[in-house]
Design a protein around this ligand. Structure first.
Ligand SMILES: C[S@@+](CC[C@H](N)C(=O)[O-])C[C@H]1O[C@@H](n2cnc3c(N)ncnc32)[C@H](O)[C@@H]1O
Length: 273
């Protein structure tokens, strides 16, 4: 079944307005394939009726379902490896030294999908030989999608998800086997605070962050939306803090408050002083 031009345009408008997601003109097939399960499950006979419901009803579960169907949740443990190496070997040791008096660290995995990024960071912190006695280390992890946050909170992964990036030594140390799945141990789980946050809406009250992982999400936003998000990052990132973006994502030519720095093999972004 095909979506007509007018309805496709409405979906483009709706996703841009509510989630910042920019759908290009040639992605009509993508909208059709992602929305077709909703069409079937909700008993609509065509896309027109689905769009009508979006237009007529107040924003609620149905609208959220459409947004979630259109997001891409691809992720893995220690994705791209280098940012995690830099975090472990350089960024965290440097921040520990700088913050040794206040003894607090805040780390945010924004757009965390099903939690692998946040748990990777928590495992790294746990692996460090530093004695964190009396330190307050908080890892926040958020996503627009309620479904992925619920999965992340369970911390339960299948073998395919584990095979994608989880070193065997960490698997045996931090997971236990549960009916063909792997469950993250409580000591790591309790280090991460999951929440639902839409990056293009108002952000919840959060303390200033020392490290923000904002990876593989900006690619879905247009330039204006990316600039607005960098404005908010500038306010919430500590002057000593680091912003880490995904492959191909940058603040360059979008926001001039940030400068890029090479930390080992990773390009990170800092607020210009
Ligand atoms: C491709 S995943 C990236 C996951 C992880 N950061 C990584 O690099 O592996 C992109 C995530 O961004 C989320 N997302 C999309 N639009 C968002 C928005 N407006 N606010 C918050 N999260 C959003 C999606 O739900 C999805 O889980």
């Amino acid at each position: 079944m095909n979506i007509i031009c007018e309805d496709f345009n409405y979906i483009q408008y709706f996703l841009k307005e509510k989630a910042g997601i920019a759908i290009e003109e040639d992605k009509r097939y993508l909208v059709e394939s992602r929305l077709s399960p909703i069409l079937k499950n909700e008993g609509f006979s065509n896309y027109k009726d689905l769009i009508l419901k979006l237009k007529l009803e107040r924003f609620g579960d149905f609208h959220q379902k459409v947004i979630e169907a259109m997001t891409t949740n691809e992720t893995s443990f220690f994705r791209d490896s280098h940012p995690f190496e830099s975090f472990k070997n350089i960024i965290i040791p440097e921040l520990i030294e700088k913050k040794k008096l206040e003894r607090g660290l805040n780390i945010w995995s924004a757009a965390c999908s099903t939690g692998q990024e946040a748990y990777s960071l928590a495992m790294i912190i746990n692996e460090l030989s530093h004695n964190f006695y009396q330190w307050d280390i908080k890892i926040y992890a958020s996503d627009i999608s309620k479904e992925v946050i619920e999965k992340a909170e369970k911390g339960l992964y299948n073998q395919i998800e584990i095979n994608r990036g989880m070193p065997i030594s960490m698997l045996s140390k931090y997971f236990r086997n549960e009916n063909d799945h792997w469950k993250i141990k409580d000591e790591i789980k309790k280090m991460v605070n999951f929440m639902q946050v839409n990056l293009v809406c108002q952000w919840p009250d959060m303390p200033k962050q020392d490290v923000i992982f904002l990876r593989h999400v900006l690619i879905y936003f247009d330039l204006h939306t990316r600039r607005e998000i960098f404005d908010k990052i500038k306010k919430i990132l500590n002057p000593d803090g680091y912003l880490i973006l995904g492959v191909g994502e940058t603040t360059n030519n979008i926001h001039d408050s940030f400068e890029s720095v090479h930390i080992d093999k990773t390009i990170c972004y800092r607020i210009k002083q």
